[in-house]
Design a protein around this ligand. Sequence first.
Ligand code: PNS
Length: 165
Amino acid sequence: MNSRIAVVPGSFDPPTLGHLDVISRAARLYDELHVLVVHNPGKEAMLPIAQRLSLLEQSIGEAGIDGHVIVGSWSMGLLVDYARDVDAGVLVKGIRSQVDVAYESPMAIVNRHLADIETVFLLPDPAHAMVSSSLVRQVAALGGDVSPFVPPVVASFLDTGARGL
Ligand code: PNS
């Protein structure tokens, strides 16, 4: 597997400014970056995968992120199967706190056992350290303004398009 090719996986339900921060940092580090919307069997989703994919593509375009970034989705099985398919040798995750370290560490170890793939943790800009998709979902559901936490395209979608969900 190629250590110059990386995957940034996540639920992205919805994409946040914290996600974009990690994606832009990772895009500078690797020759090819796959940003992958993955079904998390442990979470009940707000948005369908196709919607998350579309918002992610638009957010990355809107942010003008440099580098070779490919956006995709994966609901066919293990994340490492996708990584093998695209020859990626690295998974990249953002770490905001000790809570994230505790959540991500077992997955990193399991993925390494499954496919001999390394996980690299990036620290986000402190401005985004408190942003999470779950908080954004909660604020949006209760009618609050999510624009400080998400890309503009996501804010306008949540303000209008998601009301029927
Ligand atoms: O944004 P999230 O919900 O924290 O992302 C977690 C995700 C989707 C990356 C993780 O649940 C995952 O990798 N799911 C795919 C299934 C899989 O490969 N499971 C074994 C890895 S431990």
